[in-house]
Design a protein around this ligand. Structure first.
Ligand SMILES: NC(=O)c1ccc[n+]([C@@H]2O[C@H](COP(=O)([O-])OP(=O)(O)OC[C@H]3O[C@@H](n4cnc5c(N)ncnc54)[C@H](O)[C@@H]3O)[C@@H](O)[C@H]2O)c1
Length: 371
């Protein structure tokens, strides 16, 4: 029998809700391949609570740099507020560690390109958490669409209609460009449109609107967009935190079938429905539903893919240019909404006001102290 691959030594940075609730279970699910050796949080109370929850000999640090020096981990999982992601990802890469960082990986395309440069210099890779790509239903739908089995994609809807109250926005880092990077476009809908882009491929043009209708935030609390894809399909995208009946939905009408995903924070096979066009025979349509093995979309599924890439020494999925495309979509949506003009793929480059910041210094949307 070939020897089992070594267990990767893993550190977590930020021991709040997402690391305790999603990254820790994922590490447990992969305990044969990954060993949690250290945790970092600037809040000693949270750090202690996490170490107690982790229930193993996990070294505790209140400084990430000190942890990197002392532990030299293979992989760092980052779950801190968004404004820290760039700096912490670059620090981990410089220390030779691979990174899996929570979304959004950075606050701007300029910051993303700094991470790309740090990857280049270190030879390690930084991936961003987009766990919904990894469920078996998404993998299967992507294969069916890419193979042409469902016919040409024509019309799509991508909906993140969630509800967040004033208490949610009382947390100091939320709703501000400098710390959250944006509103539901960056923080909530990014999961759904990342999956839409993963299923439909490159987009070419976007037109959009955004508004602050309810919350006392710098960034938007709702945005909507119209998108044209390279394959000719047209889509609508809605990102809202104002919707009492919460749902996450993707619907793609192809020539021979509609494929529809309806869920909230994670999907399973049963959340995917295929409806054949009238001309499609029942025998052909019977082959479409997702095969029985059910992999829920989850941090566990994504961490598994990352560990596979680590073992094979190849770039992990949802990193590099592929993950940049999703951030570029966010920047383009903001630019289209704030300027009122259509935005084309590739146009936001250094020198464009929407390259260093999602608000693009637009007078109505710039941070309060700059407006
Ligand atoms: N993938 C998903 O579905 C999903 C869901 C929720 C949140 N998130 C993302 O996860 C990230 C964290 O969100 P959360 O809800 O867990 O926040 P949280 O506030 O519960 O946790 C953040 C933790 O980071 C710690 N921290 C702050 N500054 C630090 C520093 N300099 N060094 C180390 N630790 C530091 C805080 O003390 C806190 O414990 C955000 O980027 C958010 O968008 C992702």
């Amino acid at each position: 029998m070939p020897p089992l691959p070594a267990r990767r030594r893993v550190a977590v940075v930020g021991t709040g809700a997402i690391v305790s609730g999603s990254h820790l279970p994922a590490l447990r699910d992969h305990s044969d391949r990954a060993e949690l050796v250290a945790a970092v949080d600037v809040d000693p109370g949270r750090l202690d609570a996490f170490r107690e929850l982790a229930g193993e000999a996990v070294a505790g640090h209140t400084s990430m740099d000190a942890m990197l020096d002392a532990v030299r981990p293979d992989l760092v999982l980052i779950g801190t507020p968004p404004s820290l992601h760039r700096e912490q990802t670059v620090a981990a890469l410089k220390a030779g560690a691979w990174v899996l960082c929570e979304k959004p990986l950075t606050l701007s395309l300029a910051e993303y390109d700094e991470i790309a440069a740090a990857e280049e210099a270190s030879g390690a890779y930084a991936a961003v958490v987009f766990q919904h790509r990894y469920g078996s239903g998404a993998v299967h739908a992507r294969e069916l669409i890419a193979s042409g089995e469902l016919g040409a994609p024509r019309v799509a809807h991508c909906q993140t209609t969630w509800h967040r109250d004033a208490a949610y926005y009382s947390v100091p880092w939320r709703g501000k460009w400098a710390t959250e990077g944006g509103g539901p476009t960056m923080g909530h809908g990014i999961h759904q449109y990342d999956l839409l882009l993963h299923l439909l491929g490159p987009w070419t043009e976007i037109r959009a609107m955004a508004a602050r209708l309810v919350h006392d935030t710098e960034s938007e609390d709702v945005s909507t967009a119209l998108v044209r894809f390279e394959n000719g399909a047209l889509a609508t995208v809605v990102n809202s935190v104002l919707s009492p009946d919460e749902v996450s939905r993707i619907r793609i009408d192809c020539a021979d079938a509609t494929v529809e995903l309806t869920h909230l924070y994670g999907h399973r096979n049963e959340d995917w429905v295929y409806t054949p066009a009238p001309h499609v025979g029942s025998e052909r349509a019977a082959a479409w539903p997702t095969p029985a093995a059910d992999v829920p979309s989850s941090h566990t599924a994504q961490l598994g893919a990352l560990l596979d890439a680590y073992d094979n020494g190849v770039r992990p999925p949802t990193s590099g240019p592929e993950a940049r495309a999703t951030l570029e979509f966010a920047a383009a949506l903001y630019k289209a909404a704030f300027t009122g003009n259509p935005v084309h793929a590739g146009e936001i480059a250094p020198g464009d006001p929407f390259y260093p910041a999602m608000h693009g210094d637009h007078p109505h949307w710039a941070p309060k102290e700059r407006a």
